[in-house]
Design a protein around this ligand. Sequence first.
Ligand code: NOJ
Length: 456
Amino acid sequence: MNNDREIDLFGLKASDFGPDFKFGVATSAYQIEGGHDADGKGPSIWDTFTHKKRWPIPTVLTGENGDVACDFYHLYKQDIALMGTLGFKVNRFSISWPRILPEGNGTVNQKGLDFYSRVVDESLANGIEPWVTLYHWDLPQALQNNGGWRNRQIISSFSNYVDVVSKSLGDRVKNWMVFNEPMSFCVGGYLLGVHAPGEIGPKGFMQAVHNVNLCQAKAAQIIRTNDSSAQVGTTHVVAPIKQKGRNNNLTKAERSADALIHKIFLEPNLGMGYPVKENPIVSLVERYVVGNDYDEIKVDFDFIGVQYYSPSMAIPVPYLHSIPIPLKGVKGQDRDQMGHFVNPSGLYDALVRIDSYEGVKRLIITENGMSLPDVVEGDRVYDLRRIDYLRQHLNIVKKALDNGILVTGYFYWSFLDNFEWALGFKPQFGIVHVDKNTLKRTPKDSAYWIQKFLLN
Ligand code: NOJ
C-alpha cells in the first residue's frame, strides 16, 4: 500500500495497551457478504424484509438491499489480506444461519460451512484470530414463518445450529460471541418494527427476549461441550442514559428505558431475574417463564462484548413509559453521519456500567465506530474526523485500563463501508471505502493511521 501521508499518532501506540490486548475489526454476514442465494443459502428475514414494500415507512429508507453488499462472499481473500496488512490481529465476523441450515433446521448445507472454514483458514494464514458471532440478526426465514424468536421451539433450532457450527469450526475458532446486540434485534424487530422481521407492538416481545436469553445459556454450554478450551461471550449495546434529573438519580422514565435497553438482556443471565417493576412491558415475561428457566438462563460468560456508539435518552411513549433512543448531537463536530452524539466519555461510563456487575469477568469492546459521509478523491479518502474519533476513544480505553477496568480488546466497527440495515448503504462506518458500483476497496486515511498505530 502506497502511503505518503504524514501521520501523527498523538502519542498513542498499541503497545501501551499491554502485550495481550487485541485490536481487531468487526463486520457481520448480511452487511458485507452478498451471495444472498449462493451455493444453497436459504433466505433470511433480512432478505425478506429488504425486498418488502412497506408504506408509509419503507423497510429500508434508501430502497437498497444486501443481495450483493460488499461481495465479501467472493472477495474475502483480498479483504482478509488487507486486514493483515493493516496490522489487525482479530477478524470478528458473523455466520449466516441460513447459509448453514437453509431451512433453519434439518439438512446442513456443506457449502455454507466450507465458506466459513475458508474464512477461518484465511484469517489464520494472515496471522489473524477468527472471532465468530453466531447470530447477527439474519434468522432463517423458514423459522420466522413459525414465529421466529417468539416461538420457544427456537431454542432447540438454535442449539442445533450452534452445535453444527461449533463442531465444524471449533478446532480453529477459539473465541465465540453468541449474539450480537439482543436489544437491537428484539426491540427493533419484535417491538418497534424498524428491523426485520418488522413486527410492531408488544405482543410476544417478552417471549422473544426470554427465548433469546435462554439461548445464550444453551449456546455457551454446547460450545464448551464441543471444546472445553473455548472462550465464550456475547455482545450488548451499551448506551448509558444521559440523565436529566439532578443528583445522578434516574427518573422513572429513564429507569424504564434503561431496563429495556440494558437490564432485560444482561441481568437474567447473571442470575438477577428480570427488572419487572421498572417497565410495564417487562412484567409480561412472567407469562413465559416455565419450570427451571431461572436456573437454566444463568450463564458464566468468559467475557462481555461492549458495543458503544453514543449515550441514549428516554423518550416517553404510552404504555411502555419510555423507550431509549440514541442521543442526538446538536452541532457539527459532535454529530456522526446518523446524527448521533459523538461522546467519548460515554464509552467510559459504558465500561464502568457493565464492569460493575458482579459476575462479569472481563470486557471487550466488540464494536465502536463512526459514520461519516466520506468522499473518495483519486485513491485517497480524507477522514480526519474518524482519526480524531479513534484517538479520543482509544484514550478512554487507556484510561479505563489505567483505572483497573479489565478490558482486553478493541474491535473497530467496521472494516468496510457496508449495508447499515434500515438506512441502506448511506451511513459509512468503514476504515476501508467500498465503491457501491465497482466494489473497489480504498483504505481511508484512518486505515493508514491505525496501521501506524498498530505496527509502530
Ligand atoms: C451495531 C450493529 O451490531 C451493527 O450491525 C451496526 O452496523 C452498527 N451498530 C452501527 O449502527
